[in-house]
Design a protein around this ligand. Structure first.
Ligand SMILES: CC(C)(COP(=O)(O)OP(=O)(O)OC[C@H]1O[C@@H](n2cnc3c(N)ncnc32)[C@H](O)[C@@H]1OP(=O)(O)O)[C@@H](O)C(=O)NCCC(=O)NCCS
Length: 152
């Protein structure tokens, strides 16, 4: 499966809109840490990393990132795109020094549990994650907060 970096922003918006995922805070520079699959510029699966920086709880200086914008078009589901993109994003995050990946989800908690993410209490999220637009407003308060350590 071919995975590309930096998808065209308008195609990403369209796919995320179709899946009721937030697009308000997406801008072109963010696309550097996005990956996609598709053909002829048609994006049928996407995932993104928002780099949050270092600011952990309990005085820990952990480098954290937000896995976001995971969506596969309805006609391409069940073919492994989602799994391949999660793996690629984790490799990328690890390579640039991210130690903890967070995500918020309303729809795919079980899917991400199987990929090693653990559901945590909202209040236990890193302070830096709490300040992201996804956490503080764009994702519903009912969304599960999940975390995975990339440290080996
Ligand atoms: C969740 C999603 C990304 C999965 O992508 P995908 O490419 O279809 O998934 P894969 O092919 O990698 O994996 C398929 C497996 O995951 C399971 N699965 C798919 N979506 C699931 C979900 N929402 N919850 C639990 N399991 C799910 C399938 O049943 C299948 O299981 P099997 O291997 O035991 O048969 C895709 O369904 C999607 O875009 N959903 C809508 C948007 C969304 O929920 N995004 C997540 C935001 S964090």
């Amino acid at each position: 499966m071919d995975i590309y970096q930096k998808p065209p922003l308008d195609h990403v918006r369209q796919l995320l809109d179709e899946n009721q995922l937030p697009t308000e805070d997406l801008k072109n520079p963010n696309m550097d840490h996005f990956f996609w699959c598709g053909e002829n510029d048609s994006v049928n699966a996407v995932i993104g990393l928002e780099i949050i920086g270092a600011n952990g709880n309990d005085g820990k200086d952990e480098k954290v990132g937000l896995l976001r914008s995971l969506a596969v078009s309805s006609s391409a589901r069940g073919l492994g795109y989602g799994s391949a993109l999660v793996k690629r994003l984790e490799e990328h995050a690890c390579a640039i020094g991210i130690e903890q990946l967070y995500l918020l989800t309303d729809t795919a908690e079980d899917y991400l549990l199987k990929k090693g993410y653990t559901k945590i209490q909202r209040e236990n999220a890193s302070e830096a994650i709490k300040r992201t637009k996804e956490f503080s407003g764009l994702c519903p308060a009912s969304a599960a907060v999940m975390r995975k350590s990339l440290l080996r």
